[in-house]
Design a protein around this ligand. Structure first.
Ligand code: NDP
Length: 450
């Protein structure tokens, strides 16, 4: 019956030949659930794997808008509604020039399993555009968001599909998107988007949730293996939402973050990164990370020449938290990290390690927290935001944070238990895939051929 997985993978490769990121994500999940599929020969009869790898719906649309020079610009928008077995489609919107259908599908596919792991009632989706907010004025970003939502609003709703932020979509973009949705629908449907501002339906601790959640997961993974964060040296790629709050929380646990990055380069500060400076540069001034050295001359700036191999992974560290983008750790970078004595890797970004890099870490006994488990705190807290919106009520920061901590602790336990049940030791990559897949498979069996 193992052949069933290989057959489906072969057919996916044929049908989606031009979608490498999607194929990578599907391969990673399907390869590691082989032992589950072997125990359930009935899956093949109901084409369970063929159905779980085919999106329920993909919407692709034109987004025309006018820039500050009065020129008309046309971008492409997407929403991939992959799977609604467990609840409304849920997943962020990414605005980045690299966005294409393959990246949208990989992210939406991952999201199905991640959302299942949270234990909350949310399905999997993802969307975005090849629009680049970098260097655009607030007015340009607003006009783009309004045009994007003018089409997207036909496809979403608080009980149907609930987008949130991702790369390039933060509080500013969510505000513009929400305003336009409300204007078109003439309805105050607070739960249609998450990551909203606190004064109009956002949840306390949502901004911090992905980064904090990553560190709660790391704390549990290290503890289960007799280790902890105190006194550890950490490198964090990226300097966006996930990276900033991972840095904040890991520092609270007594670790020292010595390097962060953006797409242009890396800063190394042996004394420990001063997060206030990063927050000012990135959250307020929207500047490049190299400006960090102006405020802290003891730090070094290293420019990234080869985007496929960030110099951040040449720095020695006990803990590595990739929090920027997909495939940023290749096999070569993984080898350098292992040679430098890395103990644990926690994926804050989605699929930041290539398949070869993950295999190498596991082979070398590096503890590895896979994205769909380790960064699930963001979407979990988005689901808590939806819950508060439905109640028309707010929880305090401490209440949300405590729930988030509990969810991340449970996610780690689910990964660990599944890995142990299948005799996979500390392979939490397979553990996460198996724990999530079983939930999806059970729901698919219950809901019939849809
Ligand atoms: P942000 O836009 O806030 O930050 C992204 C960071 O990554 C920036 O520092 C950016 O640098 C850097 N980056 C982006 N693309 C590249 C690239 N091609 N090469 C090098 N660096 C790059 O995004 P988030 O922090 O929200 O998201 C980061 C990752 O975490 C993504 O993979 C996202 O899918 C994932 N994630 C986010 C969640 C959330 O709640 N926000 C939830 C779960 C996962 P620059 O400014 O130079 O582009």
């Amino acid at each position: 019956m193992t052949n069933y997985v290989d057959e489906v993978l072969a057919s996916l490769k044929e049908k989606n030949a031009f979608e490498p990121e999607f194929l990578q994500a599907a391969d990673e999940v399907l390869s590691s659930i082989k032992p589950v599929v072997e125990r359930h020969p009935e899956y093949k009869k109901i084409a369970l794997l063929e159905r779980v790898t085919e999106p329920e719906r993909i919407v692709s649309f034109r987004v025309p808008w006018v820039n500050d020079k009065g020129e008309v610009v046309v971008n492409r928008g997407y929403r991939v509604q992959f799977n609604s077995l467990l609840g409304p489609y849920k997943g962020g919107l990414r605005f980045h020039p690299s966005v294409n259908q393959s990246i949208m599908k990989f992210l939406a596919f991952e999201q199905i399993f991640k959302n299942a792991l949270t234990g909350l009632p949310i399905g999997g989706g993802k969307g975005g555009s090849d629009f680049d907010p970098k260097g655009k004025s607030d007015e340009e970003v607003m006009r783009f968001c309004q045009s994007f939502m003018t089409e997207l609003q036909r496809h979403i709703g608080q009980d149907c599909d609930v987008p949130a932020g991702d790369i390039g979509v933060g509080a500013r973009e969510i505000g513009f998107l929400f305003g336009q949705y409300k204007r078109i629908k003439n309805n105050y449907e607070a739960g249609v988007l998450t990551g909203k501002g606190l004064d109009y339906g956002g949840s306390l601790a949502r901004k911090e949730a992905t980064g904090y959640g990553l560190i709660y997961f790391m704390r549990e993974m290290l503890a289960a293996n007799g280790k902890n964060l105190k006194g550890k040296t950490v490198i964090i790629s990226g300097s966006g939402n996930v990276a900033i709050y991972a840095c904040e929380k890991v520092t609270e646990y007594g670790a020292k973050v010595v390097a962060m990055s953006d797409s242009n380069g890396v800063i190394y500060d042996a004394e420990g990164i001063k997060l206030d400076t990063i927050k000012r540069l990135k959250e307020v001034e929207r500047k490049r990370i190299k400006e960090y050295v102006n405020a802290h001359p003891q730090a070094k700036y290293i420019e990234t020449v080869d985007k496929a191999e960030s110099p951040i992974y040449e720095i020695k560290a006990d803990i590595v938290l990739p929090c920027a983008t997909q495939n940023e750790i290749n096999l070569n970078s993984a080898k350098k990290l292992v040679a430098n004595g890395v103990e644990a890797v926690g994926e804050g970004a989605n699929m930041p390690s290539t398949k070869e890099a993950v295999e190498y870490f596991l082979e070398k006994g590096v503890l590895f927290g896979p994205a769909k488990a380790a960064n699930a705190g963001g979407v979990a807290t988005s689901a808590l935001e939806m819950c508060q919106n439905s109640m028309r009520y707010f929880w305090t920061f401490e209440e949300v944070n405590e729930k988030l901590d509990g969810i991340m602790t449970n996610i780690f336990k689910a990964c660990k238990d599944a890995a142990e049940e299948y005799g996979l030791g500390t392979n939490y990559v397979a553990g996460a895939n198996i724990a999530a897949f079983r939930k999806i498979a059970d729901a698919m069996k219950s809901q019939g051929i849809i």
